[in-house]
Design a protein around this ligand. Structure first.
Ligand code: SAH
Length: 305
């Protein structure tokens, strides 16, 4: 804890120190809160499940990348897990908190290439829990924000598997904080909206009017592939072409890159900088504040309009 305590987040903490720190904090928190052991606290969806030797699933938000952004509860559950089922947004640093003996199942999904179809993931969770083990389903950010957490839980409920949900810091909050972009600000944005840039083929189109409202910050997840269309759509529906916009790649990690510009200039700048997922698009006047408020800058790109 000594030398790392002054290090920048996500930069100086060694895995061993991090695991030790997490154990220490979890132990302190348990003392303060007088928590019973985790095993007694899963939901009561299946009261007889424990008796029947059925395990349980914790749906846990892993936050946006920096392992120090995990909740204490997430850190404890990861450390206690017998099986970890995780996807590609969960960083290696977060996984170092798991016991060496834990079974790790990677079910990662990258844009366009699904390692396991969602239905198979749901069935896998059920099978693992039915084998009597304590399963942690780890998801990047928050499991209920563009994380399909609800779909997984519906199947667990149907199968009578006990579960609990641990919220995580969603990318919008984590990434904006590390990029120095306050999502709301009394002078600039009275509301904030989170939307997906992935529109299902054949599904409904984006609600452009809602996304392009003035005095609002619009945060778009999974927007890299459609960046040009998204920026053009916002302009077409009333946002000024000079509205500040940023694309933040791998936010909160050592690989964080921030590309700033305007709705008109950002698509070209992002192409020039070869920004790849995971990246978050943030649109609104608040983005301009990052000039003064950015504090975490492992390799900030100065690509400005
Ligand atoms: N449940 C997650 C979101 C999953 S959707 C959450 O609450 O954050 C995946 C999208 O999240 C990515 O395409 C990207 O837009 C965004 N994202 C997740 N982690 C990110 C990160 N570290 N930096 C930038 N964007 C991120």
């Amino acid at each position: 804890m000594d030398s790392s305590s002054s290090a920048l987040p996500g930069q100086g903490t060694s895995p061993a120190t991090l695991a030790e720190l997490a154990r220490h904090l979890v132990a302190r928190a348990s003392l303060v809160l007088k928590r019973p052991p985790a095993a007694g606290r899963a939901n009561s969806a299946a009261p007889d499940a424990a008796k029947a030797g059925v395990g349980r699933v914790a749906l846990v938000g892993a936050g946006p990348g920096d392992p120090e952004l995990l909740t204490l509860r997430a850190a404890r559950l990861i450390a206690e897990a017998e099986v970890l089922v995780f996807d590609h947004l969960v960083t290696a640093d977060v996984l170092t908190l798991a016991a060496p003996t834990v079974e790790r199942v990677y079910v990662g999904k990258k844009a366009g290439s699904h390692t396991l179809p969602q239905e198979d993931i749901n069935q896998l969770l059920i099978r693992l829990a039915q084998s009597g083990r304590s399963v942690v389903r780890l998801k990047g950010g928050d499991p209920f924000v563009f994380g399909r957490g609800g779909e997984e839980l519906e199947d667990l409920v149907a199968a009578g598997i006990p579960f609990e949900v641990v919220p995580g810091i969603t990318a919008a909050c984590g990434v904006a904080a590390y990029a120095g972009i306050p999502l709301t600000h009394r002078d600039h944005a009275q509301s904030v909206v989170f939307a997906t840039g992935h529109v299902k083929p054949g599904g409904p189109d984006a609600d452009w009017l809602a996304l392009a409202r003035p005095r609002q910050t619009t945060v778009i997840y999974m927007g890299v592939g459609a960046l040009g269309d998204l920026c053009a759509g916002l302009i077409a529906h009333g946002r000024g072409a000079d509205t500040p916009a940023a694309l933040v790649e791998n936010g909160t990690t050592r690989a964080q890159r921030v590309v700033t510009g305007t709705l008109a200039t950002l698509p070209n700048k992002a192409r020039w900088a070869a920004v790849k997922p995971p990246a978050l698009l943030i649109v609104g006047e608040v983005v301009a504040l990052s000039d003064r408020l950015a504090w975490f800058s492992p390799r900030r790109l100065s690509v400005r309009s």
